[in-house]
Design a protein around this ligand. Sequence first.
Ligand code: GLU
Length: 297
Amino acid sequence: MKSTQSIDSSYRGRFAPSPTGPLHFGSLVAAIGSYLDAKSHNGRWLVRIEDLDSQREAPGATSEILYTLEKLGMEWDEDIIYQHQRTKIYQDALDILSKQDLIYPCVCSRKEIADSSMMGLSGPIYPGTCRGSPSPIKKAHALRIQTHNDLIEFDDILRGICSQRLSRDVGDFVLRRADGIYAYQLAVVVDDAEQNISHVVRGADLLDSTPRQIFLQQLLGYPTPRYFHLPVVTNALGEKLSKQTNAAPIDLSNALMQLVSALHFLGQKPPVEITEGNISSFWQWAKENWQAEQIPY
Ligand code: GLU
């Protein structure tokens, strides 16, 4: 059956791995979901390496991830961008937010925050201890953004309307850490806008981050892309596959089977003969028959 989705060449999607380890089945699902959704709309697919946090980076992981994508036949349409080369752009965005008087320095330790906070959707809700404290300060400090309690709503392509109130559910959040590293939430928003990303297709572990990203987009005057959160792959213990849960790297000696399994995980129904073909026939079938609405969640 052909996809019912319309062809839209203004579609720009992306896959944005953090090089904390090699690609595993969970990240492969995010890669394939974003790739197929872009390609089935005749769109472009970009790869961005989210390597701001050098302490979490595994040596060689970036080249391993790119090598695996290539071997699996997933071609990116534009030059790869590397976040570690772009800190000036993130600082410029932070300056714009500072001019709106929304940024403040925070010297609270993790323990102080944990001891004095309620749990929210993404950890303790910062109680605002440093809000209103004088700036600039000499001591090493994080930079937080003051949130509001208005409803932030978006229409996820798979899940429908999702909403959050940031002050109630998340609290004021960090945009630059005390060690000087720009936070994921800031960098992802700047890069999605700079790369003109129209569709963000990624794992549902990031669903709760989306309202923070929309909040920043609104303050920075950026458009909000469409969001599409894929189901998260878990292990037998129900834990998300990740480096921390020792997820196995993708086995390239069996590349076609890995692709077929990921397609099944995404609710697609390839014919059994697909396993008798090759990677190129796999992609041909997958692009022509991608049906986003079949994805279970
Ligand atoms: N870099 C993030 C990760 O590897 C994904 C970010 C995103 O897709 O927005 O989990």
